[in-house]
Design a protein. Structure first.
Length: 145
């Protein structure tokens, strides 16, 4: 698995912790930035990660901003991306099993590192159920983009 990772200034510290987790799990990743806590615009990073996930350059993406909301909104503007703002293990699992979400968005200012890493772990390890009812719903979403 290859994962594209990006954050704005509010998600920078958590992104660095997630990179350590990915390295420990021997999961390949590319860091799209940002490289500090200096103020930047989250859509720049969301679009870069989402476009490369959509193009198949990466299997999945992880984006972090202050609330996770901005990254989710921006990433979902890219065709082929199904981004989720997961705030606990349940939403992470459901997003994969039912929605085949390919971009995980997290709240850097809300989640504790331990919580966030558990969400990432569940999201990475949970496969899509591939059930027809979920495939049908995903097709309907994709038809609208």
């Amino acid at each position: 698995m290859k994962i594209a990772v990006g954050s704005d200034h509010a998600g920078f510290k958590l992104k660095e912790e997630i990179k350590k987790y990915l390295e420990n799990q021997k999961i390949k990743y590319k860091d799209y930035g940002t490289a500090s806590e200096e103020s930047v615009d989250y859509p720049d990073f969301a679009f870069a990660v989402a476009k490369d996930v959509s193009a198949g350059k990466f299997d999945r993406g992880i984006l972090i901003c202050g609330s996770g909301v901005g990254m989710t909104i921006a990433a979902n503007k890219v065709r082929g991306v199904r981004a989720v703002n997961a705030y606990d293990e349940y939403t992470a699992r459901q997003s994969r099993e039912h929605g085949d979400c390919n971009v995980l968005c997290l709240a850097g200012r809300k989640l504790k590192v331990k919580e966030a890493l558990k969400i990432v772990e569940v999201w990475i390890k949970t496969p899509f159920s591939n059930e027809e009812r979920h495939l049908r719903r995903i097709r309907k979403i994709e038809e609208q983009k």
